[in-house]
Design a protein around this ligand. Structure first.
Ligand SMILES: Nc1ncnc2c1ncn2[C@@H]1O[C@H](COP(=O)(O)OP(=O)(O)OP(=O)(O)O)[C@@H](O)[C@H]1O
Ligand SMILES: [Mg+2]
Length: 246
């Protein structure tokens, strides 16, 4: 059975795109057929993160409007078998993007892919709505910042009771900083009001990988790379203990 996962946050810059690219790469490396869709109209960068900006010529609105088939628009990653990208348009499309069209597109994608990851834009506007309207589950990515956690809480309220499963991923964790702030991951879960799917450490490899356009799992095995792999395995239903971040 196919699963559609919306990767959201509320606040910008918390690590949604990094997580989408890395977790999608891990799921594909674990043998699944994975489509990641950049839903950030006008500000896409999942293609850069995956090193595929010169390959992704058609975007998800081309598929929604029938200008291109999913088969043609979704491009295969050159190195990771089973990983496909459907990018976002660089400008606002002429025709409005409707929830109905997004749901129809996702239903078609479900027939071909085991996992479909939707990289939502920041905020709770139209981009958020179309990224979440057809999803089975949502991941809310937050840092340990009070403002990011409050936005995560707002995101949960906005997702409402329609979403079957909503989990928190706490990103850029620095234990020393948490100690200085007298706070914990448990506090983060309490503030966001969500169960935890994973914790990702602050790790310069994330930015290095994105800038080189190389999937993180091809560059590193520890730190954030390990955390993303653990998240992918949990999404597949495995029980993986939380990693200890030093
Ligand atoms: N665990 C991490 N450690 C270090 N840097 C990170 C980590 N996660 C993300 N970053 C960096 O933070 C920045 C923002 O990440 P990213 O683009 O993934 O966030 P986003 O939530 O998608 O942003 P936006 O809301 O603008 O779409 C990038 O420079 C990325 O390399
Ligand atoms: Mg992003």
């Amino acid at each position: 059975m196919s699963t559609v996962i919306a990767v959201t946050s509320g606040k910008g810059g918390t690590g949604k795109t990094s997580l989408t690219g890395a977790v999608a790469s891990c799921l594909a490396a674990l043998g699944r057929q994975v489509l990641c869709v950049d839903m950030d109209v006008g500000l896409r960068n999942l293609d850069l993160t995956l090193g595929m900006s010169d390959r992704a010529l058609m975007d998800f609105t081309d598929v929604l409007s029938g200008r291109a088939t999913l088969e043609r628009a979704a491009v295969a990653h050159p190195q990771i078998q089973g990983l496909y990208l459907l990018t976002a348009p660089l400008t606002q499309p002429r025709d409005a993007i409707t929830a109905e069209a997004v749901r129809a597109f996702l239903n078609e994608a479900r027939a071909r892919f085991d996992y479909i990851l939707l990289d939502a834009p920041a905020g709770l506007g139209l981009g958020f709505q179309i990224s979440t309207c057809g999803a089975d589950r949502a991941l809310v990515v937050s840092t340990t910042d009070a403002s990011a956690l409050r936005d995560a809480q707002r995101t949960v309220c906005e997702l409402g009771s329609s979403m079957r499963s909503i989990h928190l991923v706490v990103n850029r964790v620095q234990p020393k900083l948490l100690r200085q702030l007298h706070t914990t991951i448990d506090d983060a879960m309490d503030t966001a009001g969500l169960p935890l799917l994973g914790v990702v450490p602050e790790d310069p490899q994330v930015m290095l990988a994105a800038n080189r356009g190389q999937p993180l799992i091809m560059m590193a095995r520890f730190g954030a790379a390990r955390a993303y792999l653990n998240i992918a395995r949990r999404l597949m239903g495995e029980r993986v203990p939380l990693m200890h971040i030093r």
